[in-house]
Design a binder for this molecule. Structure first.
Ligand SMILES: [Zn+2]
Length: 83
């Protein structure tokens, strides 16, 4: 599993229930949507103490949008629009 660290954020951690520097990370994921394979960077919060990824509702929403964007972009010939 390859994680890319995007930033740190001091906040209440959903994994260990403490306030600390939570890592915001992204991980490439491939899912199948309507028979189309979509690879997109999914965003998670990561607790170093528990070694656990958390997907908050906000992130779930964000990841869903990224996934759907990836789906429409992938109808071309693999020219991915990575920001
Ligand atoms: Zn934590």
């Amino acid at each position: 599993m390859r994680l890319k660290i995007i930033r740190h954020e001091k906040k209440l951690c959903f994994s260990c229930d403490k306030i600390h520097d939570v890592l915001i990370v992204s991980r490439e994921e491939t899912v199948e949507v309507d028979g189309v394979k979509v690879t997109f960077p999914a965003i998670y919060e990561y607790c170093e103490e528990y070694d656990e990824l958390t997907e908050t509702e906000e992130l779930m929403d964000e990841n869903y949008k990224t996934m759907m964007r990836g789906k429409t972009n992938d109808t071309g010939r693999g020219n991915r629009n990575c920001a």
